[in-house]
Design a protein around this ligand. Structure first.
Ligand code: PMV
Length: 341
């Protein structure tokens, strides 16, 4: 079994000395249509199952990295954090993996255009933007596959935030995790839409890491999760290939609700939902009864994302106050590192 340091040593070796004045990158947030829920290795964030997501285009994180003197500085959305705050501690621990020597200090300036820690996967875009910015800063020129492995060690779902569009993170089976990385499915679905409803931007009460561990350890329902994922991945790949919104939406919604069922059935139980979450679900189910093909998915938080196609965007906007994302729109105005290697 490898630890994080061994993985970093294997991927970047000794290439740590040639830091530029500044490294900068953007990475999108992503929402899973088939969830990652449960680790087979907590040190390297190796998942029990594969997962499939769609990236949220311009919603995500921009990160700049510079060299600092004396101590690390972490600036989140324009505010310098105390180094003992949990978020700063988590980033500093991650940066420890990349210091050329212990006295090397970083200044990190990171900004999200999505609420932090409200189940909108800002840790995913955060760690993906961080490894892309480090790649720029140290001029590593790594492949997206290697960057995905590095991002995974910050936060599992970050492995999927290096690419646009539909992304598959293959679980892999090796104990060093070198076969556990994400890749783009390279399928365009221009009419595909995600509606992002922010019902709460409060910090969540329990981290997904803790909820996952408690679910694996205590939820009998978790035993059926790998079978659920294997069925849902097959269905989603077919649905995406055929641009079948009904199969895609129904599968993603059942997958998300099944994930929540496993954690509700754990001990102590985890229920991220608010009253607004439940009323949103009821409203979506009511719309489907009226023949409107809209579906939901949710991560480890109270917020709901809607899945639908462009032709019903006006209907969605008439009912919900939400930001509509077109994951396959062009990136003409965004400095996004879409690298093909
Ligand atoms: O990346 P983490 O450790 O925060 O895990 C998040 C897992 C979910 O968001 C709940 C599901 C997923 O696949 O993104």
């Amino acid at each position: 079994m490898w630890n994080k340091h061994q993985v970093v040593e294997h991927i970047i070796g000794k290439q740590r000395e040639q830091a530029k004045a500044k490294g900068k990158a953007f990475a999108p947030s992503n929402i899973a249509l088939c969830k990652y829920w449960g680790k087979r290795d907590a040190e390297l964030n190796l998942p029990v199952t594969s997962s499939l997501s769609v990236s949220l285009h311009h919603l995500g994180t921009v990160t700049e990295i510079m060299r600092a003197t004396e101590k690390d500085h972490i600036v989140l959305n324009g505010i310098e954090l105390d180094e003992h705050e949990p978020f700063a501690k988590r980033l500093i621990t991650f940066l420890d993996l990349y210091r050329p020597h212990p006295e090397f200090k970083f200044k990190v300036n990171t900004s999200n255009n999505i609420p932090t820690a409200a189940g909108l996967a800002s840790s995913a875009s955060g760690f993906a933007a961080m490894v892309l910015a480090l790649d720029d800063f140290f001029a590593w020129n790594l492949s997206l596959q290697d960057l995905s492995i590095l991002a995974r060690m910050g936060s599992g779902s970050a492995a999927r935030s290096l690419m646009n569009g539909f992304v598959l993170w293959q679980a892999g089976s090796r104990s060093d995790g070198m076969d556990s990385f994400a890749k783009s499915l390279d399928i365009e679905w221009p009419e595909f839409r995600i509606g992002v409803l922010t019902l709460s931007d409060l910090e969540k009460s329990k981290s997904s890491r803790q909820a996952m561990t408690e679910t694996i350890n205590t939820s009998i329902l978790y035993k059926s999760w790998p079978a659920q994922v294997s069925r849902d991945l097959d269905r989603l790949l077919t649905a995406i290939q055929n641009k079948d919104i009904q199969l895609c939406g129904e599968t993603a919604e059942q997958n998300a609700l099944s994930m929540h069922a496993t954690m509700i059935a754990s001990w102590p139980p985890t229920l991220y939902w608010l009253a607004e979450t439940v009323s949103t679900l009821n409203r979506v189910w009511e719309m489907r009864k009226q023949g409107i093909p809209v579906y939901i998915t949710m991560d480890a938080g109270p917020n709901v994302k809607l899945i639908f196609e462009k032709n019903i965007s006006t209907k969605i906007q008439n009912v919900f106050k939400c930001e509509i994302i077109a994951p396959f729109a062009s990136f003409s105005n965004l400095n996004f590192h879409k690298r093909e290697r």
